[in-house]
Design a protein around this ligand. Structure first.
Ligand code: SAM
Ligand code: DTB
Ligand code: SF4
Length: 326
């Protein structure tokens, strides 16, 4: 017998924009785990090769000293995380890192800067990074904070493929984590990115003390962005010493997998990225996330300031699971 309510069963038609409600996504979270993962895998297979995973490599091109007070972040000047601040890296160092990432099998290179948003003078060298990384034949992504009018167009002209800007957590929980900007500021930047014709990469962090309802509400916000982001990073909080989140317990592994499954079901054609926190996960946990519909990951020994599984370990996992990189 199939215990899944009719309304929650996979249908061949894509969900209309604004279809998802918090109640409907909470109902997904409440499904028996096996039913939820089965449903997510079914949706996944309607739109993707279930054995193919997209791989992006990250590089922090400007580290630390950020004016914002994001409670999870090692790079906020207000937090006490142990971190070497760095100025913007020279373009040639960035291109060398991108070339190395390509040689190891990454298809996208994502450059992050610890800024509230870029000043116009900061943007020029970043545009050069984008042009040169793109010339290597890689997809490009940057995450530079909030954009002012006209900046997204410049990024588009340089050939940028994706802009990462996370909603991070549900609107109702946002002020518990960040007070120096609002979630609406972030939604506005995503609007600028869309208007410029750049693909949107937007997701959030799980395990910051939010409720299940908050997690469902974040997924609903992302799914209803109209269109949903092409790429949806789901980060498991890395509780970094010296940040206000250092002592936060995080969520149970199954709850994290449920969140991945809810993202997959509500955003059937988006790449769902198993993002920060992979270093602390077993291989079996990662396989469960892939089974629940994650089909993208950060690949390379470092995220921005914290560790990620080394490339050899990931290659071994791909071989064990018969996964193919895209
Ligand atoms: N300053 C830009 C911004 O805030 O968009 C770009 C860099 S910021 C570090 C990019 C994203 O990394 C954040 O929005 C957050 O989702 C994620 N992140 C940062 N620190 C994290 C942590 N300790 N654990 C999990 N995710 C984290
Ligand atoms: C995203 O959602 N996660 C990445 C990327 N986008 C920029 C960053 C994760 C950072 C994890 C903590 C750190 O390494 O500082
Ligand atoms: Fe960190 Fe970005 Fe927040 Fe700055 S804006 S503190 S870099 S997450």
């Amino acid at each position: 017998m199939n215990a899944i309510p009719q309304a929650l069963q996979a249908s061949s038609s894509a969900p209309a924009a604004d279809r998802w409600t918090v109640a409907a996504v909470e109902a997904l979270f409440e499904l028996p785990f096996m039913d939820l993962v089965w449903r997510a895998q079914q949706v996944h297979r309607q739109h993707f090769d279930a054995n193919a995973i997209q791989r992006s490599t990250l590089l922090s091109v400007k580290t630390g000293g950020c004016s914002e007070d994001c409670g999870y972040c090692s790079q906020s000047a207000r937090n006490k995380a142990e971190l070497e601040r760095e100025k913007l890296l020279p373009v040639e160092d960035v291109v060398a890192a991108a070339r190395a990432a390509k040689d190891k099998g990454a298809s996208r290179f994502c450059m992050g800067a610890a800024w509230r948003g870029p000043k116009d003078k900061d943007l020029e060298p970043v545009l050069e990074m984008i042009r040169e990384v793109k010339a290597l034949g890689m997809q490009t992504c940057v995450t530079l904070g909030m954009l002012r009018e006209g900046q997204a167009e410049k990024l588009a002209e340089a050939g940028l493929d994706y802009y990462n800007h996370n909603l991070d957590t549900a609107a109702e929980f946002y002020a518990n984590v960040i007070t120096t900007h609002s979630q609406q500021d972030r939604i506005d930047t995503i609007g600028e990115v869309r208007k410029a014709g750049i693909n949107v990469c937007s997701g959030g962090i799980i395990g910051m003390g939010e409720s299940r309802k908050n997690r469902a509400a974040l997924i609903v916000q992302l799914a209803n962005l109209n269109p949903a982001p092409e790429s949806v990073p789901i980060n498991n909080l890395v509780a970094i010493p010296g940040t206000p989140m250092a002592g936060v317990k995080g969520v149970d592994n199954f709850e994290f997998v449920r969140t991945i499954a809810a993202a997959r079901i509500t955003m059937p054609t988006s790449f769902v990225r198993l993002s920060a926190g992979r270093e602390q996960m077993s291989e079996e946990m990662q396989a469960l996330c892939f089974l629940a519909g994650a089909n993208s990951m950060f690949y390379g020994d470092k995220l921005l300031t914290t560790g990620n599984p080394d490339v050899g370990r990931d290659e071994a996992l791909f071989a064990k699971l018969g996964l193919r990189a895209i």
